[in-house]
Design a binder for this molecule. Structure first.
Ligand code: ZN
Length: 147
C-alpha cells in the first residue's frame, strides 16, 4: 500500500465530482472550458506508472477507462475519443478520456495545444446522472464480454 502524498492534488482531493468509484479507482467529470465531454479515470493510490500496478490491477483500471470511453461515445457521438495518460504535472496515475468534436477549439490538435478557433460547437448537454448511468451500463457490458 502506497502512502498518500499530501502535496499531490489527486491524493488530497477527489479531483472533481465523482461519477463512479470503487476501492481501487474513480472516474470524475472534468470541468474544462470548451471540452464538456471530458472524464478522468484515477487510480486511488499514489503510483506513477501503469507498470507500478499488478497485471490484474492494470486490467481493472483499463476496464474502467474503456467503459468511460464507451459511455462518452454512446452519449455524445463524438468525432473521436482521445485517451491520454501523461502525468508530467501530477505524477499520480490517471487517464484522460476526452470526447472530441470536429469543431471544438483545438480539433484536430490535442486539447492542450494552442486553440485553433474560438467558439464551441453545439454539443447536447448530458447530465451527471446520465453519464454515471452510462458508465455503470458500459462497465456491466465490459464485464459481460469476458474482458
Ligand atoms: Zn497522489
Amino acid at each position: 500500500m502506497t502512502r498518500p502524498l499530501p502535496s499531490c492534488e489527486l491524493c488530497a482531493t477527489s479531483g472533481a465530482e465523482i461519477l463512479w468509484q470503487d476501492e481501487l479507482c474513480r472516474v470524475i467529470r472534468v470541468a474544462e472550458p470548451g471540452h464538456p465531454a471530458f472524464c478522468r479515470v484515477i487510480w486511488n493510490e499514489h503510483v506513477a506508472e501503469m507498470t507500478d500496478l499488478a497485471a490484474a490491477e492494470r486490467r481493472h483500471l483499463m476496464r474502467l477507462v474503456f467503459a468511460t470511453e464507451a459511455a462518452l461515445r454512446r452519449l455524445y457521438r463524438p468525432e473521436k475519443i482521445n485517451l491520454a495518460s501523461l502525468g508530467n504535472v501530477v505524477p499520480h496515475l490517471h487517464w484522460h478520456v476526452i470526447a472530441r468534436f470536429a469543431g471544438d477549439r483545438h480539433f484536430p490538435r490535442p486539447i492542450w495545444a494552442e486553440a485553433l478557433r474560438t467558439g464551441d460547437p453545439v454539443i447536447p448537454p448530458v447530465t451527471t446522472e446520465a453519464l454515471r448511468q452510462a458508465i455503470i451500463l458500459a462497465l456491466a457490458e465490459e464485464e459481460g464480454s469476458g474482458a
